[in-house]
Design a protein. Structure first.
Length: 139
């Protein structure tokens, strides 16, 4: 089993507060001869038709001395998981969970915003102290 991220339980609580039901902890993603684990799987009912929205979440702290290195590692995981999810569960969207301080201190840089937009990276920002989701960035 994968090691839990520092903010794993914080993000779990934040998702529940935001109306999500945690369905997997972790979410096993199998593709051909490889198994990987996203931190969380969740779903919620949307609209009057009772359709389910399903997501996979990979929690990131961005706590190392180099946020660029953290981003490089996160992006590698993101696209690996996205590729496998598209084969296994094409209706499940993938999100990175990013702490609020990292969002304001790093993700607001014009270069990073351009990268996120061009690479169509989807993530949400959470406040670790309040255990709440601040904003969703869907690309």
């Amino acid at each position: 089993m994968p090691r839990l991220d520092l903010y794993h339980n914080v993000v779990r609580v934040a998702l529940v507060k935001d109306g999500w039901t945690i369905t997997h902890d972790p979410l096993t993603i199998e593709f051909e001869d490889l198994i990987v684990y996203a931190d969380l799987g969740a779903e919620r009912i949307i609209g009057a038709r009772k359709n389910k929205q399903k997501i996979a979440v990979e929690v990131k702290t961005f706590a190392s001395p180099s946020p660029v290195t953290d981003l490089e590692r996160a992006i590698g995981q993101y696209y690996l998981y996205l590729t496998f999810l598209s084969k296994q569960e094409p209706d499940r969207a993938l999100y990175l969970a990013i702490p609020e301080r990292s969002y304001y201190n790093f993700f607001q840089r014009p270069s990073i915003q351009a990268f996120v937009k061009e690479r169509r990276l989807s993530f949400f920002v959470f406040n670790p102290e309040r255990e709440e989701i601040v904003t969703w960035i869907v690309n």
